[in-house]
Design a protein around this ligand. Sequence first.
Ligand SMILES: Nc1ncnc2c1ncn2[C@@H]1O[C@H](COP(=O)(O)OP(=O)(O)OP(=O)(O)O)[C@@H](O)[C@H]1O
Ligand SMILES: [Mg+2]
Length: 313
Amino acid sequence: MAIIVCPKCAKKHKVNLDTVKENAPLGKKIAARCKSCGHKFPVQLDQFINQEKEKSYEPKTSTRKICVTLSKGGVGKTTTSVNLCAGLALAGHKVLLVDTDTQGQSSYILGKKPRAGLTELLTKELAPEECIVRARKNLWLLSGGKSLAGVKRIIDRKSFGAEWTLSEAMKELDHRYDFIIIDTAPGWDQLIVNVLFYSTEVLVPVALEVMPLQGLAEFMKSLGSIQKYRKEIKLKYIVPTFMDTRIKGPETIYSQLKKLYPEYMCNPIRYSESLSEAPSYGKSIFEFAPGCTASADYKDLVRKVTLDESALL
Ligand SMILES: Nc1ncnc2c1ncn2[C@@H]1O[C@H](COP(=O)(O)OP(=O)(O)OP(=O)(O)O)[C@@H](O)[C@H]1O
Ligand SMILES: [Mg+2]
């Protein structure tokens, strides 16, 4: 299956590649007509075949561990973690959201009050399955909260191997999910170092509001120092957040980011009141305002992360 976008009206069409391949040999263009606006345009088939190849390189059996992190506060880490998880789950993937923040907001956003969470897993007070709650179909939560402060002190006091504490605790859970998304607190501490020793991919939300470039450059330095000891951790996605198209500033910052980090850039998440309202109803953006711009933007992020252009269409 491929997605062909009409260059005139931007409508996306699902196309069965097998049927098209029969009528159009590789290297040749075919004429397509948009069912929505009637516009006729040429399509080169090869690019879609390459997309399919790229997808098939993704091992389906292994878990992808993506942490959502940036030292700067209030940039949309938790909002992105929760809605990315909700979108991946809606697209049919098995997802675990791990909240490593003492603020413990993800359970609030998902409308859950778990009795246990990451603290009990790290202290081995409870068995892994007792620490997890099912938040939605396909979506499970390992919640954070105030009690994590005590765990941080325990990690700090370890004389060796402190940075592997989370990885060791998560071992039993790793293979059960397609995606494990880890939300982190602002700042930089031992727990975040643990997250970077556990994850394999990094997603950085960058608020297009105030001077984000310096914070990002500082984070890149810190990530570089971790990569010296842990080669598997890679920056994969930079997600611009709070994109307000009514004013010029965010557009300018977005263009700068695109120039500086073209390989990691994702489409921006637009500024949306619905995103700040949804948490008080215990709902993801797809449940609270499925038709809003932010819902469309997070769906787009799901497609980018899964390399599945037809996800959630
Ligand atoms: N695109 C957006 N449009 C409007 N409001 C947003 C958007 N993204 C996030 N918000 C709101 O901004 C606030 C901060 O977002 P969020 O809590 O996700 O940031 P954070 O990086 O996790 O913060 P912290 O560093 O404190 O953990 C929240 O109230 C959230 O609802
Ligand atoms: Mg947060």
